[in-house]
Design a protein around this ligand. Sequence first.
Ligand SMILES: Nc1ncnc2c1ncn2[C@@H]1O[C@H](COP(=O)(O)OP(=O)(O)OP(=O)(O)O)[C@@H](O)[C@H]1O
Length: 500
Amino acid sequence: MAYLRLEGITKRFGNFIANDNITLSVSRGSIHAMLGENGAGKTTLMNIICGLYQPDAGDIYLEDKPIKINSANTAIAHGIGMIHQHFMLVSQLTVTENIILGTEFDLRLNLQAKSRAIAQMAHSYNLDIDTLAKVESLSIGLQQRVEIIKALYRNAKLLILDEPTAVLTPPEVEVLAGILRQLARDGHTIIFISHKLEEVMNICDTVTVLRRGQVVTTMKTADTSSQELAKLMVGREVLFQVHKSAFSCGDVVLEVKNLQVRDERNLPIVKDVSFQLRAGEILGIAGVDGNGQRELADAIALLRNIFGGSIQRYPSPGERGRGKSIAYIPEDRQKMGLVMGFSIAKNLILKAFNFLPFCRRWLLQYGIINNYAAEAMQNFDIRAENPSIKVSHLSGGNQQKVVLARELSGNPALIVAMQPTRGLDVGATEYVQQCLLAERQKGAAILYISTELEEVMAMSDRIAVMYEGQFVDILDADTATVEQIGYLMTGGKVSTGVIE
Ligand SMILES: Nc1ncnc2c1ncn2[C@@H]1O[C@H](COP(=O)(O)OP(=O)(O)OP(=O)(O)O)[C@@H](O)[C@H]1O
């Protein structure tokens, strides 16, 4: 029986139709993937099911009964729980406090007893956790577990997970897959939003593909393949292969010597890192999230003070003409990459807003800015009605494309790309990688930082593996293996390509 059924759901933002007459059903006890290119309308649809948006037309049925979900509380009362990509936890509070936050008011609240009860409930789902631990002390994987327990505590029977694996390490993905299968066996129904086709094939039973707000198809994963899904999503063949020309080594563009950087708590986070990066070269940095990659990238982009050592750029920034500045694609696009309240057009000229042709006699030239933005939107396939739409109204993937369009303009000599394809669909990922390879071809030196090992391997000429703030080794990408790098990522030592 269909647990959840949507009939003719339509949602408009102004003249733009984000969900266009969507009809689909999700079976009880199944893991149902929602796939779709960036801006296809997945999040909008899920926000409707969770009561955050109201549809302009269409009906929702739960166990064949029509329901109206006019608020997040109504969704929870119907047993619908959403686990957002950006967790909704208060990091200074404990696991227990986070889980009970906003539930029943109890004057005689006994936190110890609640903690024990929650620990017991979590254990019954094989979701063991220290309920007294502060959330800030937990790994990302465990914080996600808290979100799942929070939904189960509110009696969620339908769990919606928005790109849940984007922030997880491969072992954590395995653990999550096990948890979801167990929950489905216990009768929960799961909607799984993802861009990662292999994961959809491995974890999900059924998949619905959306394109431009419409359902393209719903099928069993057993009856399809990653290739077919990619084609259905983006409407064309996707190669899944990075074609990289031979690396021709240029001059040294960046030299980092014995670099030390401290984190927000003044603790050493980058410890004694040294390397050189040459024009036309991609140095990949592989590593589990949180090993100092972010702070290293920030320091190179001059956004963080260094504690020791040096960073030298050749020729130094002062010697370069305007437009030759460093390109930085930060990990957190919403906090560091964009001004969310600004339009697409303004975000695209953030680095050049006080220069000609965008500014003349201290006045912004809106005609020129909008024409420039319209062209960039076309080149980078940024899906929005027009350049004056606020970036806060764009889908996550389209926001990322705005950052890329701005940063890759103006022939940068040095590009620091941190998780540049996170949240992008297969078509957009392919496009971004081609853009970066084209910049490399033109002589840009690129630091490519990603927790996606296969991506680092495909894109890089050399691969540095970062562990606890240090480069454990720098390997030649042509001869390095997944096993070697995986071993190094957990702190192992490899020399001359042989695992010791
Ligand atoms: N509040 C809003 N106002 C205007 N347009 C919006 C709003 N929310 C979403 N949109 C538009 O609706 C479309 C669908 O967005 P949605 O976030 O649902 O896509 P998505 O499939 O989740 O994409 P992604 O994979 O990139 O996250 C996008 O083009 C987006 O710009």
